[in-house]
Design a protein around this ligand. Structure first.
Ligand code: FES
Length: 259
């Protein structure tokens, strides 16, 4: 019977000093500020139940509009009995997609719970369980949020093309470009998702037998390598798109008509 070497007791946290002397804390602090600001803004905008429709622009926080009480309903699945903000019916899906995103998980584990806050900086807690236990094991639902994000993207593109249809006919305003840019950024975010890459190229023993999937996987890999940058840009994009529609709907700014 082989002897098992006794495990060394973990080094006390206080004794584990960071091995870095640079400003490693800047990134986690910025992450906290930006993510907290986004969550506060998106919650406030979603709960407002006003200023999300400025004909022909619909805020992405309310798309698709699924309730009969929508200023501009896409598919009124919920009848007159729904009295609350229609954003509640839809925001949980893109919100869950972002919350469980592999990249954001890394970012907010580092920023909010310091697990660990940066490379070569000790974890704030004595033990590390990763995502092997409840509740973090639930992060595995990410792939299902990915599936849910596909129909939402279709609606966002529909909103972007509908933004060419003004009361006096076909045209284009700055808002049209804003909605198009938002749909494009969110498409890049979804296509660069790790789950998307796995769905398209995973579970294949030999790529030589699946040349189409291989080509798709290679292209998605190029996007996937930039997923973190796309995640931030698309986050700002969707918030600014809502803000633009909101300000136009409130009459604070006027949408410039290009033709
Ligand atoms: S959206 Fe980031 S990994 Fe899926």
């Amino acid at each position: 019977m082989s002897a098992v070497a006794p495990q060394a007791s973990p080094t006390p946290i206080a004794a584990r000093a960071p091995q870095r002397v640079d400003a490693w804390w800047v990134r986690p602090v910025l992450t906290v500020i930006v993510l907290a600001a986004f969550v506060v803004y998106a919650t406030w905008a979603g709960m407002q139940n006003a200023y999300y429709w400025a004909d022909p622009y619909l805020s992405p926080f309310y798309s698709p509009c699924l309730a009969a009480n929508c200023a501009h309903s896409d598919v009124a699945l919920f009848g007159d009995w729904w009295k609350w903000s229609p954003a509640i019916l839809i925001l949980w899906a893109p919100g869950g997609f972002r919350l469980t995103c592999y990249y954001y998980r890394k970012a907010y584990y580092r920023a909010f719970v310091w697990a660990p806050p940066a490379c070569a900086v000790p974890d704030a807690r004595a033990k590390y369980y990763g995502e092997s236990r409840f509740p973090l094991i639930l992060q595995n639902v990410h792939r299902y949020f990915f599936y849910l994000s596909i129909p939402i993207l279709v609606f966002l593109w529909w909103d972007a093309f509908r933004a060419f249809r003004f009361a006096d006919g076909f045209g284009m305003g700055v808002g049209t470009l804003v909605l198009l840019a938002n749909a494009a950024l969110l498409s890049l975010y979804t296509l660069s998702c790790h789950s998307c890459r796995h769905v398209c190229g995973g579970g294949v023993d030999r790529f030589s037998k699946h040349p189409t999937r291989y080509r798709l996987w290679k292209r998605l890999t190029v996007l996937n390598e930039r997923h973190s940058q796309i995640a931030w840009v698309s986050l700002f994009g969707v918030a600014l798109t809502d803000l633009y529609v909101r300000l136009v709907a409130m009459g604070t700014i006027h949408d410039l008509r290009l033709f």
